[in-house]
Design a protein around this ligand. Structure first.
Ligand code: C2E
Ligand code: MN
Ligand code: MN
Length: 406
């Protein structure tokens, strides 16, 4: 199938610009063999390239480009499918934008078109060209240093009691994972993640339950979470717990039960954040809204979890105005390489900033993901890069430290 990929990248300082023509000639040979055509723009600092051809020709060439040490911060802007090529001449044209004015380039690009119809700037791909040529994308384009320009140094502050038995009768246990502000070197909250007594994942715990028993168990498990928090000497640390929205609707008096257990374990509502995911359609929205009011009235904060996944969409922001939004891992993964994810996350950040809602990125595994998100304005992070969940304890945190020379 005819595939189009557009990416933008940054040239490495040590690549002499003079050698570009040569690079393109070599690349053209390979591209020609794979049936890949397109256009390459260069503005002195950045490359912008459109590749088109059969999918099995375009993908390996693009992957090769991503690995090519002569440029970095390669961001895929568009991947699309089309009935015919825009630029069908064999090989790749190189335009050095410093040699033309932008109108001239834009017209020349259109003239290179080989499609049956005259190319126009209504086309998405060509809109990307125009934005690049007119340098309108700059405020959204962050240059991040290489991932290894930071060290991640453990603070050694793990809390792991030998055997933390809260209640022999309890059918669940918890792992704790810090939510941190890496640059402020601050643990902002600890999230309690449910486990089976032997440490298996939430799915393993919930799969043995069915019907309304799931909601009962979800609520009752919070007693164990609060008791563990007390045993781990949480003090005034904020504590995040997860609840299914329907737990608040289906279990009578759920909010009172929560408040009782918070108090019984020497905690206060103001240090508790309830995270809920809209994984099931909230079929009883009015009752859920009432429960949320009670939570807020008691001083408990609210976070929308898995934001950007499935049902946890933008309309929830209008309905609940949570204190925090946690961006789903699927959007975080490789955000530094993906134009679409960058655009969505920038939209979330902007909406949340207007509403004074704090934004947390979940599932951060790579230094590049973290650096891109910091550049975009996120300051709360949770992920293996800093600390993985610790079963029955609190893990040490690996804090970023800039290496000298960067
Ligand atoms: P969540 O609330 O988004 O919790 C974060 C999940 O991401 C955790 O999975 C955690 O282990 C995982 N995670 C954290 N950092 C990374 C990372 O860098 N990479 C990757 N690949 N994963 C990372 P876990 O513990 O399996 O929990 C899965 C989900 O189960 C939670 O997602 C939450 O929605 C749900 N859950 C956990 N505890 C409870 C609970 O008490 N009640 C309910 N109803 N749901 C719970
Ligand atoms: Mn959560
Ligand atoms: Mn999750």
């Amino acid at each position: 199938m005819l595939t189009t990929i557009i990416y933008r990248s940054h040239i490495c300082d040590d690549v002499p610009v003079k050698t570009l023509e040569e690079m393109v000639a070599t690349a053209n040979q390979k591209n020609g063999e794979a049936g890949v055509t397109g256009i390459l723009l260069f503005n002195g600092t950045h490359f912008f390239q459109l590749l088109e051809g059969p999918e099995e020709g375009v993908l390996p060439i693009y992957n090769h480009i991503c690995e090519d040490g002569r440029h970095y911060n390669v961001v895929e802007l568009m991947r699309d499918y089309a009935p015919s090529r825009r630029f069908g001449k064999a090989g790749m044209e190189l335009f050095d934008l410093r040699e033309y004015d932008s109108d001239e380039v834009l017209q020349t690009v259109l003239d290179k078109g080989t499609s049956k119809y005259q190319l126009t700037y209504d086309d998405r791909a060509l809109q990307f060209f125009r934005t690049f040529v007119e340098a309108r994308e700059k405020e959204n384009y962050f240059e991040i240093p290489p991932g290894d320009s930071w060290d991640f140094i453990s603070d050694g502050n793990a809390v792991k009691p030998e055997n933390l038995v809260i209640d022999n009768a309890a059918d669940c246990s918890f792992a704790f994972q810090p939510i941190i502000d890496p640059l402020a070197q601050e643990v902002v909250s600890l999230e309690a993640l449910i486990r089976t007594p032997s440490g298996d994942a939430p799915r393993a715990y919930f799969e043995s339950l069915s019907g309304d028993a799931i909601y009962e168990a979800d609520l009752n498990s919070k007693r164990v979470a609060f008791a563990m928090a007390r045993a781990l000497n949480l003090g005034e640390q904020m504590l995040s717990v997860n609840l299914l929205p329907m737990t608040l609707v289906k279990v009578p008096g759920a909010v009172s039960v929560l408040l009782q257990e918070i108090e019984a374990n020497g905690l206060v509502p103001d240090q508790v954040i309830v995270e809920f995911t809209e994984s099931e359609v909230i079929s009883r929205l009015d009752e859920f809204t009432d429960a949320v009011k009670l939570l807020k009235a008691a001083g408990i904060q609210l976070a929308i979890d898995h934001f950007g996944a499935g049902f946890a969409g933008l309309s929830l922001l209008a309905q609940f105005q949570p204190d925090r939004v946690k961006i789903n891992r699927a959007l975080i993964k490789d955000v530094h390489k993906s134009g679409p994810r960058q655009a969505i996350i920038q939209g979330i950040i902007k909406s949340c900033a207007s509403l004074e809602i704090s934004v947390c990125a979940v599932g951060v595994e790579k230094a590049e993901e973290w650096m891109w998100l910091e550049s975009a304005g996120v300051s709360l992070f949770q992920g293996h890069l800093f600390a993985a969940p610790e079963f029955g304890g609190i893990p040490a945190v690996a804090w970023p430290e800039k290496k000298s020379g960067f």
